[in-house]
Ligand binder design. Sequence first.
Ligand SMILES: [Zn+2]
Ligand SMILES: [Zn+2]
Length: 366
Amino acid sequence: MTETAGATPASMKAVVMHAPEDYRLEDKAVPSPAADELLIKVQAVGVCASDLKAYAGAAKFWGDENRERWVEPGITPGHEITGEVVSGSAEALALHGVELGDRIVLEQIVPCEECMYCKRGWYWMCGPHDMFGFKHYDGGMAEYMIVPPLARAHKISSEIPPHHAAFAEPLSCSLHAVERAQLTFDDVVVIAGAGPIGLGAIIGAAHKNPKMVIALDFDEHKLELAKKCGADLTLNPSKVDVYEEIRALTGGYGADVYIECTGHPSAVSQGLNLLRKLGRYVEYSVFKENVSVDWSIISDDKELDVLGAHLGPHCWPAAIKIIESGVLPLDEICTHQFGLDEVQKALDTVADSAGASIKVSLLPGA
Ligand SMILES: [Zn+2]
Ligand SMILES: [Zn+2]
């Protein structure tokens, strides 16, 4: 039997993607959860660069029209989701370890649990790669949404603003990038970019307590926030020679670790140049075009470890703990909140790279 907290309306507002650059706010029936599903009332959904790429209709595999695209027509976007559990069977509630009234956050991937990756424990690299708001499962830009049985839900405090709670998704990604770097106490860590992902990587790296965390960004305000997130030093590449500064700080050797969170091609070669020999380079960004670098730096010159990072596996409990603890300046990181009917404004705000936005969120209940 399905339990329901209070009355759920019959219809709701939801953003529906029809085609690239054609997102519409529509009236839809509130979905009713099957025996193994939950229904949540969405409280906040973050908007990120990948939403913009989906909006622009970018192919996931550049230059190959036959490969999968980012978005499926008819789907509701939004993958940085938090909401209150309002309906579900005892079975579905038990499956996710939640009760009616709990606030949860959702991992954006819904793993199939059947492919080789899932079976070997690498669920975040699941072959079919179904993700909320991109493929197969409707996302959070709606008043209500279904949590399918294969989803990974985590409880989070109802005491914090919903857009702060929704930051668990990007933060878990940042923390995974930091985990990939396998920091030691002796490391000088450079984090390029102090947007939402970079700021998360800064706080993650600072929590590991390495010798020094250095943040790079062109925006002085973002560098101020980087300090509040735990950066020991901030450098603005438009004002100082970052290469010379970091050489001087490391006895001429270079940084031990470089975590790239900017999405700018120039930050890739910058990282290869800033690292010492045998250093670790972590790539989190997704780029608009192919990036060319001198691969001889990676091999012959420095014997670097180059590591990718995707999603936030095993980092959700840590991300939630950091958010709930209040150590992050989330009031300043979450710069813009919009209603569901302002989805276009929200996307435009994320797209305006010269603007002051860091994390833009939609509050469907507001
Ligand atoms: Zn995102
Ligand atoms: Zn799978």
